[in-house]
Design a protein around this ligand. Structure first.
Ligand SMILES: *[C@@H]1O[C@H](CO)[C@@H](O)[C@H](O)[C@H]1NC(C)=O
Ligand SMILES: *[C@@H]1O[C@H](CO)[C@@H](O)[C@H](O)[C@H]1NC(C)=O
Length: 190
């Protein structure tokens, strides 16, 4: 009998874990503070994202990202994740969550598929590759509507403060883009 209950409890937990929208797992919540994009060549790649109010006290990122170049091995991406307890520029320090420059096509099958898309979810029409990248990567304008970070695949516990994610996409000498988003992380009040 005991083992039956343990088994049942375990199954219920797995069920809840899979079907809950995952927010329950993290002990923090993220509030978008700002977003900002720079490109060296708007006709190759351009970012037009802004912070938008969803409801009282609730904000998300909206806008577009134009991708106008062919995806090949020369396209690189780097993610710099910095944090600062105070939010002051001088206090920002690089965190170990950062990702060294790598080929964008490698990134699609790892960070992009496992973290970026699950976190953004349905707020964007960026391609979803559940069983791995299938070329070609579309040359188009991607849309974002009230995006926030769900916490999926991210650490359960994060130090409070401000986090800045800088995504640097380069296809040199054609273009270099830096999209930088600031989030404020707070421990949830239960
Ligand atoms: C995204 O949309 C699909 C189809 O409408 C839906 O089944 C799924 O639950 C949604 N996911 C999230 C995280 O909202
Ligand atoms: C990216 O842009 C942000 C915001 O403008 C800036 O603080 C940061 O230094 C830039 N990063 C790089 C690597 O250029």
């Amino acid at each position: 009998m005991y083992s039956f209950y343990v088994h049942l409890l375990f199954s219920v937990c797995i069920f809840v874990y899979l079907y809950n929208d995952c927010e329950a797992r993290t002990q923090w919540e993220a509030t978008p503070i700002s977003i900002d994009g720079h490109t060296t060549n708007p006709s190759a790649m351009d970012s037009n994202l802004r912070l938008e109010r969803i409801s009282r006290g609730e904000y998300g990122f909206s806008g577009t990202f134009f991708w106008g170049i062919d995806m090949d091995d020369s396209v690189m991406v780097e993610m710099r994740i910095l944090n600062s307890y105070t939010g002051k520029e001088a206090d920002y320090k690089l965190t170990p969550f950062s990702i060294q420059p790598q080929k964008f096509t490698d990134y699609i099958n790892t960070f992009y598929k496992d973290l970026l898309i699950p976190n953004l979810g349905n707020c964007t029409d960026m391609p979803k590759y559940e069983s791995g990248y299938v070329p070609p990567w579309p040359k188009t304008t991607f849309n974002f509507n009230h995006c926030t970070v769900s916490g999926e695949g991210l650490p359960e516990v994060l130090a409070e403060g401000f986090y800045r994610a800088e995504a640097i996409i380069t296809a040199l000498p054609t273009v270099s883009v830096n999209v930088s988003a600031v989030l404020r992380i707070k421990t949830k009040m239960f």
